[in-house]
Design a protein around this ligand. Sequence first.
Ligand code: ARG
Length: 572
Amino acid sequence: MSYKNQIAAVIAPLANLEEADTLRLLETPKDPKMGDLAFPCFQLAKTLRKAPPMIAAELKEKIQPALAEAGVPVGNVEVVGAYINFFLDQEAVAQDVISNVLTAGDAYGAADLGHGANVTIDLSSPNIAKPFSMGHLRSTVIGNALANILAKLGYNPVRINHLGDWGTQFGKLIVAYKKWGSEEAVRKSPIPELLRLYVQFHDEAKADPSLEDQAREWFKKLEDGDVEATELWQWFRDESLKEFNKTYELMGIRFDSLHGEAFYNDKMDRVVTLLEEKGLLVEDEGAMVVKLDEFDMPPCLIKKSDGATLYATRDLAAALYRHDTYDFAKALYVVGGEQRLHFKQVFKVLEKLGYEWAKEMHHIPFGMMLKDGKKMSTRKGKVVLLDEVLQQAIDDVRQVIAEKNPNLENQDAVAKAVGVGAVIFHDLKNYRLNDINFSLEDMLTFEGETGPYVQYTHARACSILRKAGYEPASEKIQLPAGALEGAESWAVVTMLLNFPHIVQRAGTEFDPSIIGKYAIDLAQAFNKFYAHVRVIADDQAVTAARLHLVAATVQVLRTALNLLGLQAPQEM
Ligand code: ARG
């Protein structure tokens, strides 16, 4: 139980309040001089008809002995105006927290909120034969971090890559490939070559509109199962996927399912039948739609006038399939904010079909990645290829290492961990709904609020332990009095204390940036501690205590980085 809960439990009966209300009233003062927690007495004044400062003074007299009796580690209780300020007993708390972190190890911060329930996470989901866009990068890193965080909270995340592997673009690709492509060129560099063909198709189609007709014919053939069309489709998909997989591997991301849009080709009749049975399918300007007027939304398109099904139809089929297969407690869709309406419509249609579980579906939108303050477009020349970004980041880091730490072992592995980590962290330190500006330079500095900075702080702390020959304690640690005195040590201790709460907030608010910001704060607090406190002291027991604090910081920094999908090299 947290100290806040413990204190609330003591105050509640003495103040004649519910424990939950007491908990809500207890606040964390901005200024640490006002204590670690403060209880305002304004609200009590209404019922007690006394001045708040008087209530505070009287209540304090009762609270102090009760805290001692309950064994809550509060050192000092002070009244300032209408507030009762609580100062935790820093030594007792430090002792507790550091022991907890070191005993729990990688499990520190874990909680069983999920009881093993499945949560499907629709993430990444790039479109075959098109480059992996920055939007897909955002989905990948946010989705993967959420999966890690939910796993830490006792859920079983199911990572689903809903590949964009179906659609009219395949008709265009087949035409372009047959006219201007070669097997060799596609094999050599699938994504750039397929993109080149796609772009050429659009260029030439301007002068020769018959190309569009040919593309439609080929897509029709594909839909009808034509052998040649299907083989080409399968090949384009395989080659693209091979390339995407290199990127995923670099980022350390694996999926539980690669069922993309094509997988639902034979599963959409069911959706149409269900909608018909419920009388939800109506004709609208030649198309079949589900009306959503009562929710002030435009109708959800199910079938075009030519019988072709749509993006929403596939997502409806996918939702049914996922519910059947995983019986999910929650279903998340990590997809850009542009698709807000789409997901609202899909969820509402499921609700109209009578599925209670539709309430557990969440679209997790995110903002755009900008370049020089402008939206990046997929049109030629303006795309930033993720692959190149990652390679560039790795190369840059490799150079820094060669200059600063030429004797480092595993330089390649470290450069990879730091370069890729920089790209991931640059995204995850920002609240996901904010647009972010793409800048390799910003990502890679070792000074600012970056991945390399946090990783470097972690590596530095590891090196302190290494040089001191630190051995993890085999029994419960005992910190000697005064070893961790001072605001700098206390700042680190309270941050470590907060970590489990941070992980839970990140999980319930679907917001990895809570952990990203926390990692920066902890790294800063630690660096301040290290600048002010001599870890290797004259007294051996004091040194040991400080090294335990360093070890606990290493543990939590590593866990935080791992949750975000970054590695934590021990040396860099
Ligand atoms: N492939 C789509 C796109 O790039 C994203 C798919 C998102 N997932 C989904 N279930 N609709 O826009």
